[in-house]
Design a protein around this ligand. Structure first.
Ligand code: 13P
Length: 290
């Protein structure tokens, strides 16, 4: 059963750890992540970009795929299915109507007042269905999955204005970028702390790939409750698959090729969850179910 992220993130905020948001790209990604978090007994957020949803055949396919895996694999941990960087009200509505338990509306490319208006419309729709809403302010740059743009840091005033829409979590641009870093990440911890102190809602860190672990821990201490990881799992999967193909040029069964990256992915998932300090042993939660 899918849940929204409210209970997970509020507990993370209160107890100073972070929940992992891992982006999924296909059946295997979803399966490996679900199996690993189920083994670790910890909650997870499965992020799906619009591009990944299109690749998999649409929101309905993704929703049924995840629900089907949870049932067939007997997944007993809280799982949130979250639209990542929804670009419009219509896109968020389509994900919600298809059964997603959470959405991110990313109207950060617009002026603040337009961002606020679009975000509010999504909140009003989503909350009727107990679906949680994350929104972005400032603009998180990078080149992953058609999300382009420079870095524009969020201000506290931007965050306060966006939080008034009733969103459940906020992703302020504070120096992280999507994809691989060219140079060293430079997070604005001071502002992170300031925003955390001024706002009730949990903070989200995008662009988790490549941020040194000490900085991740510092970000959690400064109020980050959800950390988004996409590229890092792709990279470890890719490296393992390249090695496998190099050693097994005659293997053409896609199941063997794709799953040659499974072990490396699962190891990285576990490593990150340990760094995020997520408590383990959280099976059978029934609350917050939508
Ligand atoms: P990375 O690809 O840098 O891990 O970022 C993921 C992300 O923020 C998805 O929203």
């Amino acid at each position: 059963m899918l849940v929204n992220f409210n209970e997970m993130l509020q507990d993370a905020k209160k107890n100073k750890y972070a929940i992992a948001h891992f982006n999924i790209n296909n059946l295997e990604w979803a399966k490996y992540i679900l199996e690993e978090v189920n083994d670790l007994s910890c909650p997870v957020i499965l992020g799906v970009s619009e591009g990944a949803a299109r690749y998999m055949g649409g929101f309905i396919v993704v929703s049924k795929l995840v629900e089907g895996l949870m049932e067939s694999l007997n997944i007993r941990v809280p799982v949130c299915l979250h639209l990542d960087h929804g670009s419009s009200f219509e896109s968020c509505k389509a994900a919600i109507d298809a059964g997603f338990s959470s959405v991110m509306i990313d109207a950060s490319r617009h002026e603040l007042d337009v961002n606020v208006n679009i975000t509010k419309k999504v909140v009003d729709y989503a909350h009727q269905y107990n679906v949680s809403v994350e929104a972005e302010v400032g603009h998180i740059g990078g080149d992953a999955d058609n999300i382009y743009g420079d870095k524009y840091m969020a201000t506290l005033d931007d965050c306060l204005a966006l939080a008034k829409t009733g969103i459940d979590a906020i992703a302020p641009a504070l120096g992280s970028v999507h994809g691989l870093y060219h140079g060293k990440p430079n997070l604005n911890f001071e502002r992170m702390q300031q925003i955390k102190e001024a706002l009730e809602i949990p903070l989200v860190l995008h662009g988790g790939t490549g941020i040194p672990y000490p900085d991740i821990k510092k970000a959690i201490a400064c109020g980050i409750s959800k950390i988004n990881i996409n590229t890092e799992l792709q990279v470890v999967w890719h490296d393992a698959v390249v090695e496998f193909i190099h050693d097994h040029e005659d293997v053409y069964d896609p199941r063997k090729v794709i799953s040659s990256g499974e072990k490396a992915m699962k190891q990285k998932i576990k490593e990150l969850i340990m760094i995020f300090n997520t408590p383990l042993g959280n099976k059978n939660e029934e609350s917050n179910i939508i």
